[in-house]
Write a protein that binds this ligand. Structure first.
Ligand SMILES: NC(=O)c1ccc[n+]([C@@H]2O[C@H](COP(=O)([O-])OP(=O)(O)OC[C@H]3O[C@@H](n4cnc5c(N)ncnc54)[C@H](O)[C@@H]3O)[C@@H](O)[C@H]2O)c1
Length: 247
């Protein structure tokens, strides 16, 4: 029970890495708020967790909408009495070379992947400051190093690292840790539904010391470490969960 009696909000937890994370955290004793723009998926995941006798609620939230994010955090506290863990996981990519990337492609990705994490942190931290305890994990990507066709996504995921380090500085004195994870290729629906998945997979495996794609549980286990007290002297850090591929 590594996060016993903790209360966790994980954005985008209706499927993929977020789903694996809420399930892993609940196994280790946390009450979880399963939140996603897709409420059907969030409800399904929350029901699966509750069926195992654990505490979970589903809340529909679009992380780009300030009012919805504020309401999410107050709902978490209303339901479970406090808020200890925030995982900023909601995100997606919409790839195109810069010459073909529209302003909307840029705005949509940066709004969700970067502004969403800012908004969630902004409205979760007052509760954490009050209780002088909190853990924030932001999901970046190996793509923060830059990728052709991913200017919007790379910029957002690099921005997440700056946000994480700023959170660490602003909130360390309140016993709040903020860290980031940069996953490499992880076999989620997002990744597998990419039209060039097989090509991307082959190309990435050729440049990875560990010759397999990642599983959502690889990321969830790293999140668990970062939100447990085993990592209490780590903050502002970025951990690649990428089979050893960095650039
Ligand atoms: N899968 C990978 O290979 C990989 C690699 C690096 C980073 N990541 C990052 O990990 C995170 C999770 O990715 P995944 O592979 O599990 O993707 P996924 O598409 O399976 O899950 C993402 C979830 O976020 C939700 N979401 C999207 N926009 C939202 C919004 N505005 N508000 C609330 N929820 C929203 C989706 O509905 C979905 O349920 C993302 O930030 C992604 O960029 C994934």
């Amino acid at each position: 029970m590594r996060v016993k009696d903790m209360v966790a909000v994980v954005t985008g937890s209706g499927r993929g890495i977020g789903e694996a994370t809420v399930k892993r955290l609940s196994e280790e004793g946390a009450s979880v708020v399963v939140t996603d723009i897709n409420i059907e998926n969030a409800q399904k995941v929350a029901n699966e967790i509750k069926a195992k006798g654990k505490k979970a609620i589903a809340v529909k939230t679009d992380v780009t909408k300030i009012e919805e994010v504020e309401a999410l955090m107050s709902k978490a506290v209303e339901e479970f009495g406090k808020l200890d863990i925030l995982v900023n996981n909601a995100g997606f990519n919409r790839d195109n070379l810069i010459k073909n990337m529209t302003e909307k492609d840029w705005d949509d990705v940066v709004d969700t992947d970067l502004k969403g994490a800012f908004l969630c942190s902004k409205f979760a931290t007052p509760y954490m400051v009050e209780q002088k305890y909190g853990k924030i994990v932001n999901i970046s990507s190996r793509a923060w190093h830059g990728n052709p066709g991913q200017a919007n996504y790379s910029a957002a995921k690099a921005g997440i690292i700056g946000l994480t380090k700023s959170l660490a500085w602003e909130f360390g004195r309140y016993n709040i840790n903020a860290n980031a994870i940069a996953p490499g290729i992880i076999a989620t629906e997002l990744m597998r539904s990419h039209p060039k998945y097989e090509m991307i997979k082959e190309r990435q495996l050729a440049n990875m010391p560990i010759k397999r794609v990642g599983d959502p549980i690889d990321v969830a286990n790293t999140i668990l470490f970062l939100v447990s007290d085993e990592s209490s002297f780590i903050t502002g850090e970025l951990i690649h969960v990428s089979g050893g591929r960095f650039g």
